[in-house]
Design a protein around this ligand. Structure first.
Ligand code: CUA
Length: 331
């Protein structure tokens, strides 16, 4: 019987330390305040019907002390909590990515290499894993207590969480947001494995990566009729788009991330690229969320990995005041 679930990720120890601190402060003040309430109630009780209350004078020093100490304590809680929150919200650049789609009432997961899972997630230990998550229907929440990870999974947008598992083992996966009658059945397991074992597990999967599946879908939907790789099509060339800054017809500049690509597939008129007409029909209802993430992976595969210079087609330098001298050449 454990007071807390096993600490199985890098951040879990720190989350627990913060939790113990909050608990200790709460217990200390609960005891102090209730102790004082009972002590004063007895010590200064009314002793007879005719006893007039004594005149009370406030003490400035006392009031300053009982304001400054709680203020300091709450600022420590704020600073500590915020720094942990920021760390949990920012996956490292070298994290391996896994896509998660929640639906009533199951978790569907897909690895870059093409492996698909339902209500099970296999990951290697000692390697940061980033989850890019969305929902097909209502709000769910991806919760792995052993990793101290809980993140809402919201329809219509991508939410991100990440963790680095530290111990091989089998950990509970829950949905932590009430999502309908079988919410309590929306559970599963995360299997943290030695990297070698994980490689063997991956090798046992289907051949063909997510990007390959996306390329097939791209063909099936005839996207290539307009998005021609040489830039001669009626729609923007997609080579090098991912990660670039895209200038829009309305003058805005947006970063081509996963959310931008998803929106451009499902709601193309929302952000029309400068120099192009809003010709593209919506693919809402024609592509599933899983299809969308495969298309995203395909489009990502058309862009160079970080570190290499980005192609300049359909990309323009950031219009923001150049904080670090950003241009396509040195990004
Ligand atoms: Cu999904 Cu609760």
């Amino acid at each position: 019987m454990h007071f807390l679930p096993e600490q199985a990720s890098t951040i879990s120890v720190e989350v627990d330390h913060l939790m113990y601190f909050l608990l200790a402060v709460s217990i200390f003040f609960t005891v102090l305040i209730f102790g004082a309430v009972f002590y004063f109630a007895i010590r200064y009780r009314r002793r007879s019907e005719s006893e007039p209350p004594r005149t009370q004078h406030t003490g400035l020093a006392l009031e300053v002390v009982w304001s400054v100490i709680p203020f300091g304590l709450t600022m420590i809680m704020f600073g500590w909590g915020a720094s942990l929150f920021f760390r949990e919200a920012r996956p490292p650049d070298d994290a391996m990515q896994i896509y998660v789609v929640g639906k009533q009432w199951m978790w569907k997961l897909q690895h870059m290499e093409g492996q698909r899972e339902i209500n099970e997630l296999h990951i290697p230990i000692n390697r940061p894993v980033k989850l890019l998550m969305t929902s097909e229907d209502v709000i769910h929440s991806f919760y792995v207590p052993g990793f101290r990870t809980k993140q809402d999974v919201v329809p219509g947008r991508y939410s991100i969480t990440w963790f680095t598992a530290t111990k091989p083992g089998k950990y509970h996966l829950f949905c932590a947001e009430y999502c309908g009658t079988r919410h309590s059945g929306m559970i599963g397991w995360v299997y943290a494995m030695e990297p070698q074992e994980y490689q063997e597990w991956l090798a046992g999967g289907p051949s063909g990566s997510m990007a390959d599946a996306g390329a097939r879908l791209f063909d099936d939907l005839a996207c290539g009729n307009c998005h021609k790789p040489d830039g001669s099509g009626r729609c923007p060339n997609l080579v090098g788009v991912y990660g670039s800054n895209v200038k829009l017809a309305d003058g805005r500049t947006v970063k081509a991330d996963e959310a931008y690509i998803r929106e451009s597939i499902l709601n193309p008129p929302a952000k029309v690229v400068e120099g192009f007409q809003p010709l593209m029909p919506t693919f809402q209802g024609l592509v599933t969320e899983e299809g969308v993430v495969e298309l995203i992976e395909y489009i990502k595969s058309l862009s160079p990995r970080p570190g290499q210079p980005a192609p300049t087609q359909t990309t323009v330098p950031s219009t923001e005041p150049a904080a670090g001298g950003s241009s396509p050449g040195n990004r």
